[in-house]
Design a protein around this ligand. Sequence first.
Ligand code: COA
Length: 343
Amino acid sequence: MPSPQPRTAVLCGTGSHLPPRRVDNDELSRVLDTSDEWIRSRTGIGARHWADPGTTTSDLAAAAGARAVADAGVSEVDAVVVATTTPDRPCPATAPVVAGKLGLTGVAAFDVAAVCTGFIYGLATATGLIAAGAARRVLLIGAETYSSILDPADRTTSVIFGDGAGAVVLRAGEPGEPGAVGPFDLGSDGDGVDLITVRGGGAEQRLSGREPEPGDRYFAMAGKSVFWQAVRNMSKSARAVLDQAGWRVDEVDHLVGHQANLRILNRLADDIGIPRERSITNIAEVGNTSAASIPLALDQARAAGRLRAGDRVLLTAFGGGLTWGSTTLTWPEQATTRTEERT
Ligand code: COA
């Protein structure tokens, strides 16, 4: 008897959500010693969205998730995975709350914590659930309210990060079909723990016997060091995953890198050897939305008609941990034309 085809994850729906409050560089320049010119030239960012008081990560995640589920034309999933650095609470995870808000109480639900690499780690996790037969459909959401951990007085971080959510629905399918998620390259380096961090609020600080410093509750980043680590690790990881997928660099139609900084994305494209015009970027309007950045960029690029069925997409990310990861994806036909997802 022939052995059954291995199951893998196939993309069948996307969605995203941005909180309505748009904060442009001029607004920040009125409260911080910075300027539109500095922010644009160093980061490529012109504006970002920040959640209003009372709006949480689970609210943004549920809004994006609802759109992805509707886009996939399904009413049920078997698991909800939320990639986030800014969970609603340190305990419990945000995903069960999101599942509840979506009317999906009862399904498996948990968070993935890999900072800006969270969506790629989440994709690997969702693919694993499907390949293991533990789920037929997974809703994966990257969602962040970075505004909740930014030090309003810190111009080096406040200008970079934004809030938002992006989501995908993945279903069980076969490796060769359009929409199939390809191989993964994942990595980490805990020696870099201090380069991107929130020092306070965890066991390390609570068990130290020391009172937290005022700044310990805020996000801190060693920008310059992170810049080069991001370029180096994303390009190395992206090349590794292209090798695994058997794709030549010139066969990549779209590079979707973590939207960290436009200069990082440009260096990344140059290092891999992909023309910059094949790099999808939305950072000018949303800033760095960490775990939300790749699914948000995918959903917006799709809405803009930039992603066509059969296009070869290379995804790569880098973030705190340090962590990094890459995968490949062949863009699927419109999810709603499929019938098998509705079974
Ligand atoms: N406005 C004006 N000046 C600013 C500023 C701001 N918002 N932020 C920093 N500066 C100043 C610094 O204080 C420094 O001044 P000094 O020379 O008097 O000390 C000067 O600009 C240069 O700072 P530096 O940190 O060397 O700038 P940079 O060119 O490296 O750009 C970042 C800073 C943060 C934009 C850049 O390092 C970066 O994007 N890093 C990666 C960030 C990232 O994407 N992180 C997430 C990865 S997942």
